[in-house]
Design a protein around this ligand. Sequence first.
Ligand SMILES: Cc1cc2nc3c(=O)[nH]c(=O)nc-3n(C[C@H](O)[C@H](O)[C@H](O)COP(=O)(O)OP(=O)(O)OC[C@H]3O[C@@H](n4cnc5c(N)ncnc54)[C@H](O)[C@@H]3O)c2cc1C
Length: 475
Amino acid sequence: MADTFDIIVIGAGPGGYEAAIRAAQLGFKTACIDDWSRKDGKPAPGGTCTNVGCIPSKALLQSSENFEEAGHAFAEHGISVSGVTMDIAKMMARKAKVVAQNNDGILYLFKKNKITFFHGLASFAGKEGDGWKVVVSGTASAELVGKHVIVATGSKPRPLPGVAVDNVRVLDNDGALSIGTVPRKLGVVGAGVIGLEMGSVWRRLGAEVTMLEALPSLLPSVDTTIAKEAQKLFTKQGLVIHTGIKISDVKVGKSDVTVSYADAEGKAQSETYDHLIVSIGRIPFTGGLKGDAVGLGMDERGFIEVDDDCRTNLPNVWAIGDVVRGPMLAHKAEEEGVAVAERLAGHLPHVDFNTVPWVIYTSPEIAWVGQTEQQLKAAGVDFRAGQFPFTANGRARAMGDTRGLVKILADRKTDRILGVHMIGPMVSELIAEGVVAMEFGAASEDLARISHAHPTLSEAVKEAALAVDGRTLNL
Ligand SMILES: Cc1cc2nc3c(=O)[nH]c(=O)nc-3n(C[C@H](O)[C@H](O)[C@H](O)COP(=O)(O)OP(=O)(O)OC[C@H]3O[C@@H](n4cnc5c(N)ncnc54)[C@H](O)[C@@H]3O)c2cc1C
């Protein structure tokens, strides 16, 4: 006899596990199925984000930043340390521990919320009465029937045509997070968020890192002021960035990888690396789901087609997160998951992509929300811009990190904030103020009038808001 549930969630990434928790909180009998395993075969809920994405990358970014600070930044504070070394195996063991803590945290939350968790692969197996039949195979095997199904199967790395990832020489994000020794030379194809973060980790640890980017400029979707500042700062750090390149051949040797490409001027170039990271984006993942067997609608790029509320073409089947349109971000997946659960409980939730923040965890960090200056110009919106550099911020000076700036864009007539853009210390945290302001439809004057603690980095946000009206106080 099949187990019956109100809601079956397929995938326990940030989208799926938060959908399951919210569904259970709302009183639904909920199951969640996920096939990710740890090395010892135990379940590893948390998806890409927890296992090979957000969490392990931030663990390594923190370790490598600490190493770089100890070697280069401590002296300025009068702290002398000599013989700073990095134990890569220990750094990786710490990363694994952080990941496991998160896996365990999710298993605890499942128990706490009385969610039935199945460790295995879920496939659609048709209808049974009003419900959907879902078969679980793998570590657990079961037959379930759910009134509603939420598909949250996530994404996988986009392959570079003709180049096989072996995670020895040619690495995807999983391999890039697990290199055993610091490479002497590291190539990174794709200077997007993931490529820049991975490149940063290994550069800080001593690798000579070259980024190979097909697009004509670095970070084209980032506000141009911020992208230009980023290019300047990253280049100063020693990251070699080639934009406008076209790869013609990748040869994988026993101990190296040679990439042949045409540079921006069309001149043939060739470079050999110890490893090559391929980070050219991600594609939706629906393998094993057997969605075609039940007629689940997909678009030509492989995304499950959904409406604004994450409804698929099948009755009572919903899809959220990386497997559907929209930004491939953990918090976007989470918001969609919670929204679907609440919709099933009769609430009227809404996810606004325009106020979903973006963060790139380089050093300095980059963060933004809303529209960029180039988007506003293209749309013919009349706006005012204000910016404030961290060089004029007392806390940044005290910290010894004055790189970057905050920029605020506001409608010229109404003063409503249209975009907040930052590069600088801890801007991954500062951006929340911009998100709150935009969610509440704030004007730049609102931010300018709010008291910000002194001395804090957040004063740069207030000053940028003052700058919109041409009245900064500290510049
Ligand atoms: C290196 C890297 C760094 C990143 N850093 C960030 C960051 O800092 N911030 C951020 O917001 N985003 C970041 N991301 C993106 C983020 O990881 C994704 O947007 C997020 O994980 C998407 O969540 P999801 O729930 O849609 O899917 P996933 O996290 O991909 O989870 C899907 C889960 O479903 C399981 N699954 C798939 N099919 C089945 C099936 N048929 N049966 C059972 N289980 C199945 C998968 O095994 C997986 O566990 C990063 C990504 C990478 C690769």
